[in-house]
Design a protein around this ligand. Structure first.
Ligand code: NQM
Length: 381
């Protein structure tokens, strides 16, 4: 099923319809999406990381969850599929997909689906309207970055298990730049836009053309990845980098987020959860930039195409007592839509182009850590 989930779009599969072997599965998904090819002309992918995504869903064996959700990012122009990051946008389609496929019995008015997110081990609950036991996609909720309105999918995340501050510090100096490294569901490096000689209000396309900025972000990302305990992040999609600037439209902060090479046209859900938590930390790089509301956990994160409202509270911890800050429950409203349900005809195995060595040794393009060979997978339509 092809679905829009939040501000992303992807192919949703039942796990049982894909090869169980990860290398065979990834080889098939590359051919399904049309990768590697900057236009993804021979597959379902939309030639951008935000439209080259896959959700794999199955009934969960975990008593705390109804379904398991594995997110796979299919690179556009590299033969690479990675499970190293989660996606809170595609997550918005998982509950409706689970009901559509009969994995979860719907309620008569609305349904709540408990989802185990396999990429991180975290849990989420998605609640959405199912009048008469059928998923309703139409509604009145508007989210920035998606034209029109649709039915709400309310997603709640209980506090995560991992540390909110992976480096143990609220502020680090990385490649000469002050940063706050935070993980409230998505490892993210917060940087004042002004520290990189940007305003934070630029058009994403213009930021992507700035090669000096790209080099600087790459340098920061590699070092931040190491001190966040992520190892060598050269070929990975995490951590993300969010440039912060004072808000312009009544929100808490303006953002430009790199994921990690392309600049997001809005902001990821878990990326926003991490930014929101990071802004609340006393001593973080957001201090003096963000305008936090006087009360409540809700924050408005401004981004290139509007804003994302997110509830993300933080317990500050006690620095002297070595009690680290922790996230409270995080919640967000998204929408999702079934676009197409049918049979995808993947390019046959063995016809995927053999990757050529990169024309230039540009360090900005994450190279694949593991290149799945064109898989002699048991072919399915
Ligand atoms: O942060 C893009 C998106 C995402 C991820 C990315 C996401 C999230 O907007 O929860 O949803 O950061 O690669 O889909």
């Amino acid at each position: 099923m092809l679905m829009r989930g939040g501000t992303s779009k992807g192919a949703y599969f039942l796990a049982e319809d894909l090869p169980a072997d990860p290398a065979a599965r990834d080889g098939l998904l590359l051919r399904v999406m049309g990768s590697p090819d900057p236009r993804q002309i021979d597959g379902l992918g939309g030639a951008h990381p935000l439209t080259s995504k896959v959700a794999v869903v199955s009934v969960s064996s975990d008593p705390d969850a109804d379904v398991d959700y594995l997110f796979l990012q299919v690179a556009v122009d590299r033969p690479e599929v990675t499970d190293r990051q989660n996606c809170g946008n595609l997550l918005a389609g998982v509950g409706p997909f689970a009901v559509e496929r009969g994995l979860v019995a719907p309620g008569d008015v609305e349904s709540s689906v408990r989802i185990r997110m396999l990429n991180t081990g975290g849990l989420a609950t998605a609640t959405f309207p199912t009048p008469g036991g059928r998923v309703a996609y139409t509604g009145t909720v508007e989210i920035s970055g998606v034209p029109g309105t649709a039915a709400p999918v309310v997603i709640g995340f209980p506090p995560g298990g991992g540390p909110l501050l992976p480096t143990g510090n609220v502020r680090d100096i990385v490649a000469g730049t002050p940063v706050t490294c935070v993980d409230n569901g998505m490892p993210t490096v917060l940087i004042a836009a002004s520290a990189l000689k940007a305003t934070g209000y630029e058009d994403p396309a213009d930021l992507e053309k700035d090669m000096a900025l790209a080099d600087r972000l790459h340098e920061i990302r590699l070092e931040a990845g190491r001190i966040m305990g992520l190892g060598d992040v050269e070929g990975t999609t995490v951590p993300k980098l969010s440039l912060l600037a004072p808000p312009r439209h009544g929100g808490a902060v303006m953002t430009r987020t790199f994921i990690p090479v392309r600049c997001h046209t809005s902001i990821g859900v878990l990326g926003a959860a991490s930014v929101a938590a990071g802004l609340r930390l006393a001593g973080g790089v957001g201090e003096g930039i963000a305008r936090l509301p006087d009360e409540g956990d809700r924050l408005r994160i401004e981004h290139p195409t509007g804003h994302l409202d997110i509830e993300a509270g933080v317990e500050q911890g006690v620095p002297g007592a070595r009690t680290p800050p922790v996230a409270r429950r995080t919640a967000v409203v998204r929408t999702a839509r079934k676009i197409f349900d049918g049979t995808v005809f993947a390019r046959p195995a063995g016809t995927t182009p053999v990757p050529q060595p990169p024309a230039s040794a540009s360090p900005r393009v994450p190279q694949s850590a593991s290149v799945p060979a064109p898989a002699p997978a048991p072919e399915r339509p």
